[in-house]
Design a protein around this ligand. Structure first.
Ligand code: FES
Length: 403
């Protein structure tokens, strides 16, 4: 059933996010196609998707086959209506459209001879859609905020944190995420932001230039979720390595780990990734769903276990080549201390020397949770160290406190 976004003025704070940040596919025609981008992005939940039947139909051609679908929906929804498979990872066949806001460009297709995004394009009568991209297509992704970063991430080794002045690494941020965390820290970036659709080469050139200007060795991609567009990320890492061949250069990928299958990790390591930070979110699936905002239990379980397996695989296969750090979330509104302890025990069984950062999940985006006290964070660090983990950091309001 098609949808339309409905505005609830009594909840609206007139913050302007839904008009300034969202890439609304219907804005030119002044129509709503129910893509849901504004609903995902509104921090005050003043927008809601409701079902709206479409009386009229349009005929489209998908890879040479004809299909009749409702009018005024996105190409993504039209493909679903026509029975085209939907993927939950870039490794699966079918349409992979995880962010739904035009950020990741994973859903790029050839539409009437031009590469466009399935989640941002309105279906039209007579439209010709080819799911295979042209041979010479170069992937793109919305990227922004190329700058120095003072704090680093969970994939920044503790040793690298000493002796740095104002900035620890240079960083760029990728729009789009497959999670819907109510406490998302980077939500203006996640839900598309004001970036540009860059090729891997363009993004690597910009980040390398910032590295040169700030004279730093560490280069990081964060987000949003950096791994959504696999072809883009792999080419970006390879290009970054090509532009920075010196042995001091480090390429750091910051991720939720949910898509990092063995072959994806192999590909990134081969391309030149040297450091990775994986934010594990939870041990229990219910906790994982509460933290990530995902509603589909099977999908949440799959994403959670893929991330845990990614940590195990990296430690057991790439300990010489890639530095891997892990993030564990903490806020008593989302996760219990006993679950944090169980996460610590599972990490201990993988490798007692793995670097673990306990992250203070705080009130951002839609959550009104209380900020964890610094003393709570330090107590969690101590608890995990007492389990036998050797390198535990606590994120606090004054920065990371080390082992
Ligand atoms: S799903 Fe369309 S750009 Fe991410």
């Amino acid at each position: 059933m098609p949808f339309v976004a409905v505005h609830h003025p009594e909840k609206c704070h007139r913050c302007g996010v839904c008009s300034e940040i969202v890439d609304c596919p219907g804005s030119d025609d002044l129509i709503c196609i129910g893509c849901g981008a504004c609903v995902l992005t509104c921090p005050h939940q003043a927008l809601e998707l409701v079902e709206e039947p479409r009386q009229r139909k349009v005929t489209i051609e998908v890879n040479g086959d004809m299909a009749v679908v409702p009018e005024r929906i996105s190409v993504k929804e039209a493909l679903k209506e026509s029975g085209y498979p939907v993927a939950t990872s870039p490794q699966e066949p079918g349409l992979f459209a995880p962010c739904e806001v035009g950020g990741c460009w994973s859903c790029a297709l050839e539409i009437d001879g031009v590469v466009r995004l399935a989640c941002r394009t309105i279906v039209r009568n007579g439209m010709r859609i080819r799911t295979e991209l042209p041979q010479d297509y170069v992937p793109r992704r919305i990227m922004m905020n190329f700058s120095g970063h003072p704090a680093g991430g969970v994939g920044t080794p503790w040793q690298a944190r000493s002796n740095h002045s104002s900035y620890l690494e240079v960083v760029c941020f990728a729009a789009g995420c497959n999670f819907r965390c109510p406490q998302c820290q980077n939500w203006l970036i996640t839900y598309r932001g004001r970036g540009e659709a860059l090729t891997p080469k363009q993004a690597a050139q910009r980040l390398s230039l910032v590295r040169e200007q700030l004279k730093l060795n560490r280069m990081t991609i964060s987000g949003g979720e950096s791994t959504l567009n696999r072809a883009w990320l792999t080419q970006f890492v390879a290009e970054l390595k090509r532009l920075n061949p010196d042995p001091d250069a480090r390429c750091h990928v910051d991720t939720n780990g949910s898509l990092l299958t063995h072959d994806y990790i192999d590909e990134l390591a081969e391309a030149g990734m040297t450091d990775i930070g994986i934010d594990l979110k939870a041990l229990e699936t219910d906790t994982f769903m509460r933290i990530t905002g995902l509603k589909d239990k099977d999908l949440a379980e799959k994403y959670k276990e893929t991330a845990w397996e990614a940590v195990r695989y990296l430690i057991h296969n790439y300990s010489e080549k890639v530095f891997a750090g892990v993030g564990i979330p903490y806020n008593r509104s989302f996760i219990s201390i006993s679950e944090i302890s169980l996460m610590g025990q599972r990490l201990l069984s993988i490798d007692p020397s793995i670097q673990v950062t306990v992250l203070n999940y705080r009130p951002e985006f839609r959550s009104n949770i209380a900020m964890p006290r610094d003393s709570e964070m330090v107590a969690l660090r101590d608890m995990l160290q007492q389990l036998g983990l050797r390198t535990v950091l606590a994120q606090t309001t004054t920065g990371n406190i080390g082992p």
